[in-house]
Design a protein around this ligand. Structure first.
Ligand SMILES: O=P(O)(O)O[C@H]1[C@H](O)[C@@H](O)[C@H](O)[C@@H](O)[C@@H]1O
Ligand SMILES: [Mg+2]
Length: 285
């Protein structure tokens, strides 16, 4: 029987690479010649421009109306953020926007694809490192053409944990974020890290470079592709309260094994973040 999504998967890799090229060119030309303070607008334009290229390419290839799109920039402009049963692309055109503005070398294009509300595949192109991470349901996870596997570390005392402080600067949330990080550091673990992009952090879990990534405040487009890649690399995904992973909940833990995931969950001070699908007034089918 013909594999219905192989063509979409291969095309997603092509589009991610094309988008990464646009981001690199914007970084080399426009950012370098302007002071950082003036680049915020530029970056918004770059984010929007890259998302338009990605969605435009997908619509051209698969036709208008047959597929749905959840894109960070489109949702920011009021497009719905609801996962229906239709084939749906979940896109973060520039994950690590702040990194991009500052020339901090971790910026990722994240493209995921879901059918019947199930994630089918994920593609993350770390465009400044020129590394293509990808995974299809049930078919393994790859960095370029090399199979990748999560770390085999069992002892959390021998782990590196990666997380982010996000963009919210409200004192009560910042306090909880750093109190959690302090408790995890003092378990103790070997170290805490953060690349500045959830998509890249999840690839680091999938390659075994770190044992776990958790964050409250991320969006579905930050983690959808990474979720498939971590799972296919042998990792686990949970909610920060220990329940099942929930793509739209704005929070998650991904780890190389459940023991380490649940040990981290014990230390997380949970704070609320409005669900991605609640943020949308329009309720679709
Ligand atoms: O808004 P940017 O600079 O892209 O940063 C967020 C990034 O998109 C996410 O992937 C991270 O996990 C967040 O912590 C960043 O704030
Ligand atoms: Mg992002």
């Amino acid at each position: 029987m013909e594999d219905p999504w192989q063509k979409a998967y291969d095309f997603a890799v092509t589009v991610a690479r094309k988008a990464g090229e646009v981001i690199r060119k914007a970084g080399e030309s426009e950012i370098k010649v302007s002071t950082k303070s003036s680049t915020v607008d530029l970056v918004t334009k770059t984010d929007e421009r890259v998302e338009k290229i990605i969605i435009g390419s997908l619509k051209e290839e698969f036709g208008e109306g047959t597929h749905c799109f959840i894109g960070e920039e489109s949702v920011a402009k009021g497009e719905p953020c609801i996962l229906t049963h239709k084939p749906t692309w979940i896109i973060d055109p520039v994950d690590g926007t702040t990194n991009f503005v500052h020339g901090f070398p971790f910026v990722a294009v994240s493209i995921a694809f879901a059918v019947n509300k199930q994630l089918e595949f994920g593609v993350i192109y770390s465009c400044l490192e020129d590394k293509m991470y990808k995974a299809r349901n049930g078919k393994g996870a790859y960095c370029d053409d090399e199979l990748i596997q999560v770390s085999d570390v069992k002892d959390i005392n021998k782990s590196i944990i990666i997380s982010e402080h996000g963009t919210d600067r409200s004192p009560e949330k910042v306090k909880k974020i750093f109190s959690t990080m302090q408790k995890i550091l003092c378990i103790p673990v070997h170290g805490l890290r953060g690349s500045g992009t959830a998509a890249t952090n999840m690839c680091l879990v999938a390659t075994g470079a770190v044992e776990a990534f958790f964050e409250i405040g991320i969006h579905c487009w930050d983690i959808a592709a990474g979720a498939v890649i971590v799972k296919e690399a042998g990792g686990v995904l949970l909610d920060v309260d220990g329940g099942p992973f929930d793509l739209m909940s704005r929070r998650m833990v991904s780890a190389n094994n459940e023991v380490i995931a649940r040990r981290i969950i014990k230390e997380i001070e949970i704070f609320s973040a409005e669900r991605d699908d609640d943020m949308c007034e329009i309720q679709l089918e």
